[in-house]
Design a protein around this ligand. Structure first.
Ligand SMILES: NC(=O)c1ccc[n+]([C@@H]2O[C@H](COP(=O)([O-])OP(=O)(O)OC[C@H]3O[C@@H](n4cnc5c(N)ncnc54)[C@H](OP(=O)(O)O)[C@@H]3O)[C@@H](O)[C@H]2O)c1
Length: 380
């Protein structure tokens, strides 16, 4: 029974299903050494006991939405969740469970990847076994598959819905034209619609606002932002001087492994004035609201209208409780605070937005036309 269930429950896109506005991300459950992503063996990852403690507390605080993927920690994340269901610490039906398919789980096996009918059906059987369940609530394509016709993928998802193995499907990590192709295809073929888009989205990653989120808004697809704290970078816990510690944070570990992808080395990052300006504005707003920096960063994402639930990560009970409190209905950021964060965070306009989108269309908002977009003042 939830002790402080003041998280909000939103519809999972155009479905009648309600999910907590905080979704528990489980990429840090279990470990995988030498796996495809170096961060799967981060020192802060949770072992099974700790993972179960986190899920129990999440549910206790009103959370009912859990996200995993067949590739997370080589399948350990799904196994740990399955063992939790099996231990009867909760009723399977109380949880809306999401997992994903697309990437390969075995090297050198040419058909162990993609969104073909063959791979999706095989991967789903593996996930159902590890998760010790008969159905997945939300089955997500983990990314685009350039080789498989989208018709084949969508017919497969539709068949899996018809036979009850999945209830809904969504996608993750798509660009605008890909999502629009998905939409046009399910509409043309009269198949089940895609209900969610799980996308990297935070004050440091706003690229999806330009294209994918426009499609979501037009088509009623719910956005599920992942890495809302950019892996911990939006918590204010890293100092400009000195390098983040490799043994106490994923950010520090990835820097030490030189696996920091788009963000480059810390020296490059610590020299990025815009990042520190975002932290400063977050700090100021967190003081105004008597909240933490992480809570304000999460609230900014939560208050975006296309978002149904934010996929958080937590490696301790303290982090989990702090992040869950961001989902509380008891506090909101004001329009001015949202505006200040919109303005300080990078969202460089690509062409043709920089040419005619904002200035020419801001005055062309038509409330009688459902696809007309209200352009925020900060992006004009
Ligand atoms: N669809 C996709 O392709 C995709 C990709 C990535 C992730 N995801 C999903 O999104 C979930 C969340 O991703 P994420 O873990 O990157 O999310 P995140 O919220 O950006 O980062 C979470 C990490 O930040 C640190 N942290 C969290 N709360 C904190 C707090 N209050 N104070 C200080 N540090 C805090 C923790 O790492 P340390 O303790 O190690 O610092 C934690 O693991 C994943 O579990 C997964 O379900 C999906």
């Amino acid at each position: 029974m939830a002790t402080t269930a003041d998280v909000e429950y939103n519809y999972l896109g155009k479905t009648g299903v309600k999910v907590s506005n905080i979704c528990l991300g489980t990429m840090t459950f279990g470990k995988q050494e030498g796996g495809p992503f170096n961060f799967y063996d981060t020192p802060t990852h949770s072992d099974e006991k700790m993972a179960h403690t986190l899920i129990n507390r999440f549910v206790d605080l009103g959370g009912n939405f859990i996200d995993t993927a067949n590739v997370y920690t080589g399948g350990s994340s799904e196994t740990i969740i399955g063992n939790w269901f099996q231990s009867k610490q909760s009723n399977r039906n109380d949880v809306v469970l999401a997992t994903k398919v697309r990437f390969n789980t075995k090297d050198k096996e040419p058909n162990n990847l993609g969104l073909s009918r063959r791979h999706i059906t095989q991967a789903l059987e593996g996930s159902l076994q590890r998760l010790q369940t008969e159905y997945i609530d939300l089955y997500q394509g983990h990314g685009w598959d350039n080789a498989t016709p989208v018709e084949e993928t969508l017919r497969t998802f539709a068949d899996l819905v018809r036979c009850g193995k999945i209830h809904y499907y969504g996608y993750s990590n798509l660009c605008g034209w890909q999502l629009q192709q998905v939409v046009d295809t399910y509409k043309t073929l009269g198949l089940q619609p895609c209900v969610t888009l799980q996308q990297q989205y935070s004050l440091l990653h706003r690229e999806s606002e330009w294209e994918p989120f426009m499609v979501c808004q037009n088509e009623g697809i719910a956005v599920l932002p992942w890495s809302p704290l950019t892996g911990g970078l939006l918590t204010g816990k890293f100092k400009r001087e000195g390098v983040p510690d490799a043994s106490t944070s994923r950010v520090g570990y990835m820097l030490a492994q030189k696996a920091f992808g788009q963000l480059g080395a810390w020296s490059q990052f610590s020299g990025d004035d815009q990042y520190w300006q975002i932290i400063d504005v977050l700090k100021q707003i967190s003081n105004e609201n008597d909240k933490t920096i992480a809570q304000v960063a999460l609230k900014w994402v939560l208050q975006k209208s296309c978002v149904a639930s934010v996929v958080i990560g937590a490696t301790s009970l303290k982090q989990l409780e702090e992040n869950m409190a961001a989902g509380s209905t008891q506090w909101q950021l004001t329009d001015e605070q949202m505006e200040a964060l919109d303005t300080v965070s990078p969202n460089n306009k690509p062409y043709p937005y920089n040419m005619l989108w904002n200035a020419r269309n801001a005055g062309r908002y038509n409330p009688f036309y459902e696809k007309s977009v209200k352009i925020p003042k900060s992006s004009i």
